[in-house]
Design a protein around this ligand. Structure first.
Ligand code: SF4
Length: 251
């Protein structure tokens, strides 16, 4: 009996992740195969992680929630990174995304343009999303642990992460994605509250506030170590499976 129940729960989980994926692509109705179901049926609102719901101050629309987080950030000078930045790089993408990528911090190009992951590493992330996952960048949401560029692209320091991480947590609470991908050591360790390194954690499911988290290598590391791209693709395939997406072997 337990086996049947588990099988049923697995099927429900697979259907749910598939519907969440379809919803991320903008599908709002489904046709079924029966005569009466030639009519489109409404896709039920995908359940969002409960813990993330409780973190949202009020049941406000997602975009409004993100806008409120941006308003709260303001012209932030909560840490020393404010001095050297040109632009605050808040994040961009689908405010109702089922998939959120969290990076470390803006680099030179991101600081110039005010957009996350637009430099060389950003191009690789875009390739992973577009060529690998067969999605559009606009389907997902992309942000960083710190919103201002660390000088000389150094890692953000602990006091800077402490000052800024509340905002990425609020972004996640507003979006309530089905899956988070953390890119590299800094976002993985700071979001999960662990000291374990990315080499050990990548490819293993972790959890943040009830949301499955897949740590993988940062694209800038993959540019320096292209031999590791295969491992990153394995991680992304796990994410696609979790979201009920068709998986190809293409890298
Ligand atoms: S990194 Fe974050 S906390 Fe620091 S100044 Fe920029 S927005 Fe504020």
């Amino acid at each position: 009996m337990d086996e049947i129940r588990q099988e049923f729960l697995d099927i429900v989980a697979q259907v749910r992740t598939h519907l969440e994926y379809q919803r991320a692509l903008g599908v709002r109705s489904l046709e079924t195969g029966t005569a009466t179901a030639a009519r489109p049926a409404e896709i039920p609102e995908a359940p969002r992680p409960e813990a993330a719901q409780t973190e949202t101050a009020a049941q406000v629309p997602v975009a409004a929630g993100l806008a409120a987080v941006r308003d709260e950030l303001g012209t932030c000078s909560r840490c020393k990174l404010a001095k050297g930045r040109k632009t605050i790089v808040f994040g961009e993408g689908n405010p109702e995304a089922v998939l959120v990528f969290v990076g470390e911090g803006p680099g030179y190009e991101e600081d110039q343009q005010g957009r996350p992951f637009v430099g060389a590493a950003g191009q690789l992330l875009t390739d992973i999303i577009v060529k690998g996952m067969q999605l559009k960048r606009e389907d997902v949401y992309i942000c960083n642990i710190v919103k201002c560029r660390p000088p000389n692209n150094r890692n953000p320091e602990p006091d800077e992460v402490d000052a800024c991480i509340g905002f990425v947590k609020k972004q996640i609470a507003a979006i309530r994605p089905a899956v988070i991908v953390t890119l590299g050591n800094v976002p993985t360790q700071s979001l999960l509250g662990t000291k374990q390194g990315i080499t050990r954690l990548r490819g293993t499911w972790q959890e943040y506030n009830g949301i499955p988290v897949m740590p993988t290598f940062h694209p800038s590391y993959l540019l320096r170590s292209p031999g590791e791209k295969g491992k990153a693709w394995e991680d992304i395939k796990l994410v696609m499976k979790k979201l009920g997406m068709p998986v190809s072997e293409k890298k």
